[in-house]
Write a protein that binds this ligand. Structure first.
Ligand code: GAR
Length: 190
């Protein structure tokens, strides 16, 4: 299963996927390429470390969505990899029908809450401020409804007395790092 990872930030989830691959724990999946929509995304440093091509693709002209010329550049770059699976690992842009249709049924997203609770930005902070006692992370198929596609798997995290927003974030990220590679491995064995 040919995998392309898209991200915007530090890339800890891309790192978890690549570490799982290195440890032989990614099933029949193989990461071919990393793409970031920010030239300074930490994720891009993983390329040389893991021997996987990594590059910036210019997402302009929009700030929070992928549409128009930026979308066309992403479609061309990702298509060139002929992926079976496109993994959004902290890719902080809303996808529009052009990209969604180009890779229909092949895009999965990681979200830092137990969807359908706390969709959108800052899922961890939303859960913290609402005072829930159970949150976690979700991997779901991507559709036009933001954070609304079919849920593939979830991992729960308890908010304990003494937790802070920072300790909660660390627990949710640890859950993400376990969940996302496991879902990819499972999909590769379907
Ligand atoms: C992750 O916590 C992921 O769930 C979140 O961005 C972070 C990326 O971290 N994604 C979203 O909030 C998407 N709505 P990373 O760059 O270290 O993998």
């Amino acid at each position: 299963m040919r995998v392309v990872i898209l991200g915007s930030g530090r890339g800890s989830n891309a790192e978890a996927i690549l570490s799982a691959q290195q440890a032989g724990k990614l099933g029949g999946a193989r990461v071919l390429q990393l793409f970031a929509d920010k030239p300074d995304a930490g994720m891009l440093a993983l390329g040389p470390r893991f021997g996987v091509p990594a590059g910036f693709v210019d997402p302009a002209p929009f700030k929070t969505k992928l549409e128009g010329e930026g979308e066309a550049r992403f479609i061309a770059a990702v298509s060139a990899c002929a992926p079976d699976l496109v993994v959004l690992a902290g890719f902080m842009r809303v996808l529009k029908p052009g990209f969604l249709n180009a890779f229909a049924g092949k895009i999965i997203n990681l979200h830092p809450s137990l969807l359908p609770s706390f969709p959108g930005l800052d899922g961890i902070g939303q859960a913290w401020r609402r005072g829930v006692k159970l949150t976690g992370c979700t991997v779901h198929g991507v559709t036009a409804e933001v954070d609304g596609g079919p849920i593939l798997d979830q991992m729960a995290v308890r908010i304990e007395v003494g937790d802070t927003l920072e300790s909660l974030a660390a627990k949710v990220h640890a859950a993400e790092h376990a969940l996302l590679p496991a879902v990819i491995a499972r999909l590769s064995e379907r």
